[in-house]
Design a protein around this ligand. Sequence first.
Ligand SMILES: [Zn+2]
Length: 318
Amino acid sequence: MRLRSSLLPLVAAAVFSALALLVPVDPDSPMAQAANTQAFGRVIDLGQDVKMLMGQGGNMAMLGGPDGLFVVDDQFTTNAEANLAKIEEIAKAKPKFLVNTHWHFDHMGGNAVFAKAGATIFASDNSRKRMSGQITSLELTGQPRRTWAKEFWPVVTFKDGIDFHLNGQTIRVIKAPAPTHTDGDVMIYFVEADVLHMGDTYTKDGYPLVDTPSNGTQAGHIATFKRVLELTGPNTKYIPGHGELANRDDVVATLAMHEGARAAVEKAVKSGATLQQTIAARPLAQWTPRFGRPGNFASEDAFVTVIYNELKKSQPQA
Ligand SMILES: [Zn+2]
């Protein structure tokens, strides 16, 4: 009995990690509480005082300096205090500005804690509307998705983007050109450091989780990656929403995967194949060794399903 109860947090953490990869889980649930109380563990220096912060949940970034501390995303509600304390320890300052890349709980669950510490929170119009319940959202399972108390809501929102001029640098917050992971994704470009935080429009070496109930689309991924390659250069460092720091070759390969996957599934749709037949034919087989490894956000089958349904919807009815 004693042994079993001491194993419980470990089991809960394992179950939560597995679930978190599939669908957003209520961050207030006991499972989430057990799993996500640790601060981020890794700090990667990207030059010009820009740092990538990696731990549980989405990758964060920060830029410190005399004008104030700027932060991208804040992971879970349950590890927000720990993250805040660690950020303050590294930067010797409290966060002044914080931008949410999108409205998922593993990227903005710490908003209330960071706002209370003095941070002004920025996000796209749609991200705030979904957090506050002004737009109703469903889980991928079709259940109503939780909304957030007022303390979590961004206080500054924007439609297309916003620029920060801080610590002698320019930080460009850019709305994705089309609904991608959700309909509220933004990317954050630290111009002088040449670092782009892509939020969950990019999961390094993984098929993307397309949050279709939040209007995410695979076509949007293609548009976003094309835009990213126009905006950035050969030496840009790319921070994905999840996974390791990436370079231009990684981003080019991911765009090629998106375009190839879409073309392959489109061929099946045009041939009249059903979804089950399309999945069985494994049109994405050539990309799966890199992008469909076990433990990633979306499986090959899940990604085929998203593309198939999207193409089917846009197809003229016979
Ligand atoms: Zn997300």
